[in-house]
Design a protein around this ligand. Structure first.
Ligand code: NAD
Ligand code: GLY
Length: 363
């Protein structure tokens, strides 16, 4: 049986703006109908990359659409490619009431989303994510951006899509490393589940413990359920704090450390998820050092990360350089680094109350 889930993101500050996240098997085959149910646009501009186009262009048939196929890679998430996207909008006479569709992983979603936010001061935008990371994180919540030579995602906007259409079938062509990078973000939701404040307790940690083999085998019912739980938790957070004034920062568990790892290795050695998984372990160790959690919970959390085997061997980082790098994170405020730290079972807090010695102890 084909699994399908629908959920809504409701942002109260935007006069009840809401959008659907539709999760299911083989949704590419229904994309034309689903897209049209979520926008009044008559013309569609589909932005993707060469890898995704080679695999899936023939499966995504949207009436009255034109395509832009970009080179594949984070290194293309820049001004030049943004200009290329906007030039293509102009050349193809995309109008204010038309729609941009992002068809790809987080790189495509972020770039096409930013183009949609800025072209003609905003055109409709639909996300059709194709990586697990994009399914559970980047396609939901409206953060769109490009990189700048001085910082990743430095230029961007909060711009919510009209809908997110998640076809779980396309995950079958992801390589194991890309699957694991998405799984790092999935595990993150297990460790922040209670703080997200969703009305129902999914027990995501137990789900992940019990279903690891099925998840790696991409069992469609299990994967669909997993994506549904993650998107629900993310939507719950975004609904309360769209522009990251407070709560939304909990989605960055492990990311303060991860950004240092990624920056020190020029984003070329580890995937984002590998850095996040390593960063989450560091966050748990820091919490243990500070007495925010006990050893039992620390070991429980770390064992899940280890069971999923998300972290390749990490190089030794110079502690001073690592520490300095954390202060360059764009999420630092008034020169203080904000850490998301576990402080109880599946709960976290946001704090700057961390000293250098404590950080050095976990590196
Ligand atoms: P990505 O978009 O580079 O995709 C990873 C690789 O998988 C690429 O080579 C891509 O072509 C390929 N690919 C995509 N779909 C595929 C499929 N179905 N089968 C086979 N290969 C496929 O990387 P990502 O991990 O999806 O996203 C990372 C980006 O997302 C970063 O730029 C990051 O900054 C951004 N991000 C944004 C947010 C947000 O909230 N907006 C959150 C997290 C990450
Ligand atoms: N990926 C973190 C966020 O969307 O806020």
């Amino acid at each position: 049986m084909k699994q399908s889930h629908n959920l809504k993101v409701n942002i109260p500050s935007k006069s009840a703006y809401s959008y659907d996240i539709i999760i299911g098997e083989d949704l590419l085959a229904r994309a034309n109908e689903l897209v049209k149910a979520h926008t009044k646009a008559q013309k569609f501009f589909i932005v993707t990359n060469e890898t995704v186009a080679n695999l899936y262009k023939s499966r995504l048939n949207i009436e009255n659409s034109f395509w832009l196929i970009l080179k594949d890679g984070e290194e293309y998430k820049n001004f030049e490619t943004l200009k290329h996207i906007i030039d293509s909008c102009v050349k193809n006479r995309l109008e204010r009431q038309d729609c941009i569709i992002a068809f790809g992983g987080g790189v495509i979603g972020d770039m096409a989303g930013f183009a949609a936010a800025s072209y003609m001061r905003g055109v409709d935008f639909i996300q059709i994510p194709t990586t697990l990371l994009a399914d559970v994180d980047s396609s939901v919540g409206g953060k769109v951006a490009i990189n700048h030579e001085h910082g990743k995602n430095l230029i961007g906007a909060f711009y919510q899509p009209k809908a997110v259409i998640i076809d779980t079938n396309v995950l079958k062509t992801l390589d194991l490393r890309q699957l694991k990078t998405g799984l790092a973000e999935v595990l993150k939701y297990a460790f922040i589940e209670k703080t997200c404040g969703y009305e129902k307790d999914f027990g995501l940690y137990d789900f992940l413990k019990q279903n690891r083999q099925k998840i790696f085998a991409l069992d469609s019912a299990i994967v669909s359920e997993l994506i549904y739980m993650c998107c629900t938790l993310k939507a719950c957070v975004v609904n309360k704090d769209e522009t990251e004034k407070g709560l939304r920062a909990i989605l960055n568990l492990g990311h303060t450390f991860a950004h240092a790892i990624e920056n020190l290795t020029n984003y070329t050695v580890y995937t984002h998820g590998e850095a996040v998984a390593a960063g989450m372990k560091m966050a748990f160790k820091l919490s243990l050092t500070k007495g925010l959690i006990d050893e039992n919970y620390h070991n429980t959390a770390v064992s899940l990360i280890d069971e999923y085997d998300l972290i390749p061997p990490m190089q030794d980082f110079d502690k001073e350089k690592f520490y300095d790098e954390m202060f360059l994170d764009k999420k630092a405020q008034n020169g203080k680094v904000r850490f998301v730290l576990p402080n109880g079972l599946f709960n976290v807090e946001i704090t700057s109350d961390v000293n250098k010695e404590e950080v050095f102890e976990v590196l």
